[in-house]
Design a protein around this ligand. Structure first.
Ligand code: UDX
Length: 436
């Protein structure tokens, strides 16, 4: 049993702490936010993530997982301190590192024995060296320490499974022994471990996310071309995906990527390149296509309904993807603003994110269920592909709506089925069905 401190009880920090505790380690999760820590001590999760509450409760009950606001307490007797705090986007797309800096300083000021400091947050290439400088500067007296980068690859909604069954663990350090010790902690996960230098590990994270975002923008561009040429992007993606060099995943055309990672990380990578005088052409195109997907949705809706002024439009789904209440960079926000700017009244239903969404979407009326939401609507837009939307009673929806118009921003329905029920229906990139 190893003793581990995890700084930050946000998404990354809390999942890391709970999972390491579940692997049999003793973990103290630290946060400077007293309210969050008190909540966790009472079993209240600061975020919605399937399975997280159960794993936290199990490990709190077995006393392997505790929460604290005190650095001296959390660092006492530990050899490993993970930093898992937020790195939001600054005004120009650069990562805002104030929380990483504050954590590094506090660790330096409070460590009492040799320590391996492991950075989990997504940070600009070179941050590991910068953290080492901060720790060195702020130690009251010199105690040995090593900085290791161990980027997280967790997806919201499947974070526990992603932690427990990772595709790989990436470790970067200027000290091989320190990286090997962190590797030991990850051995029970039975995944390949890549050990490299600090900057390369940091870059692997950005390059991975930027590649996945590129895949999404690529298929969205293909969707636009499919629409123009009368082909069906869903089947194009299936046909492409069987080629192992391409792969099936991340080829769903739709409203584009949102959330806390892809938008921020692609922007930050482009910013880092530009800062060094490089021209990140591909990354710029990826971002441009992604922004366009949201605007295109409004244009398609207008083609379907005519002028939006005075119309009532219902949004099915608000969160940036299913199985989360996260509204960060969710397409729903931009789409609702656009609809309102065009003079439409906007209503919405989402299984879990309405409370989080309410303050971000002023003037949008939240409804308790999809059917009361659809009543009297001139059109519905499917924004998030929640499973429960796949099983809706669509004939009933059609009856309730003022006009039977559906724009399906996530391609969850089949155009032929929708036509049979009597809907005027369009998905994204489904040109074949549309042109028939
Ligand atoms: C992502 C990465 O997957 C994860 O490895 C990293 O650590 C954090 O960022 P996450 O943001 O939770 O995880 O969501 P993900 O499931 O990857 O989806 C990101 C966005 O892409 C969502 O908005 C989703 O709707 C969109 N997406 C995904 C598509 O539009 N099409 C696809 O085919 C896949």
């Amino acid at each position: 049993m190893k003793q581990i401190c995890v700084v930050g009880v946000g998404y990354v920090g809390l999942v890391t702490a709970a999972c390491f505790a579940d692997l049999g380690n003793r973990v103290i999760a630290l946060d400077v936010n007293e309210e969050k820590v008190k909540g966790l001590q009472k079993g209240i999760m600061p975020i919605f993530e399937p399975g997280l509450k159960e794993i936290v409760e199990r490990n709190v009950n077995s006393k392997r997982l505790t929460f604290s606001t005190s650095y001296p307490e959390a660092l006492k007797g530990t050899e490993f301190a993970f930093i898992g705090v937020g790195t939001p986007s600054g005004v120009d797309g650069e990562a805002d590192l104030q929380y990483v800096e504050a954590s590094a300083r506090a660790i330096a000021e409070n460590m009492s024995a040799p320590l391996i400091i492991i950075n989990k947050s997504t940070v600009p290439v070179g941050t590991g060296d910068w953290v080492a400088d901060i720790v060195q500067k702020h130690q009251p007296h010199s105690i040995p320490f090593w900085v290791v980068s161990c980027p997280e690859f967790l997806r919201e909604g499947s974070a526990i499974a992603d932690f427990m069954q990772p595709h790989r663990t990436v470790l970067g350090s200027m000290d091989r022994d320190a990286a090997e010790k962190v590797a030991q902690l990850h051995l029970p996960l039975r995944a390949p471990i890549v050990i490299t230098d600090l900057r390369t590990a940091e870059m692997i994270k950005y390059a991975s996310n930027a590649f996945l975002a590129t895949k999404i923008s690529f298929i969205n561009e293909i969707a636009t071309i499919c629409e123009a040429l009368g082909a069906d992007v869903k089947e194009v993606a299936v046909g492409m995906g069987y080629d192992a060099r391409i792969g099936k995943q991340f080829l769903d055309a739709g409203l584009g990527y949102g959330g806390s990672c892809f938008p921020k990380d692609v922007k930050a990578l482009a910013y880092m390149a530009a800062e060094k005088g490089r021209h990140p052409q591909l990354l710029n195109a990826v971002m441009e296509i992604n922004d366009d997907q949201r605007l295109k949705a409004i244009n398609i809706l207008k083609e379907m309904t005519g002028d939006l002024k005075g119309k009532t439009i219902g949004l099915l789904g608000l969160s940036f993807k299913p199985n989360t209440d996260d509204m960060r960079d969710a397409p729903a926000i931009t789409i609702a603003q656009r609809l309102q700017a065009e003079g439409a009244t906007v209503r919405a239903y989402d299984p879990v994110s309405m409370e989080v969404a309410r303050p971000l979407m002023p003037g949008v009326e939240m409804k308790d269920d999809p059917y009361s939401m659809a009543e009297g609507c001139d059109a519905l837009m499917i924004i998030t592909e929640w499973n429960e939307f796949k099983q809706l009673d669509r004939p009933r929806l059609r009856q309730l709506m003022h006009k039977p118009v559906i724009f399906d921003g996530r391609n969850i329905y089949e155009p032929d089925d929708m036509a049979k029920i009597g809907f005027v229906y369009r998905g994204v990139g489904r040109g074949y069905a549309f042109s028939r």
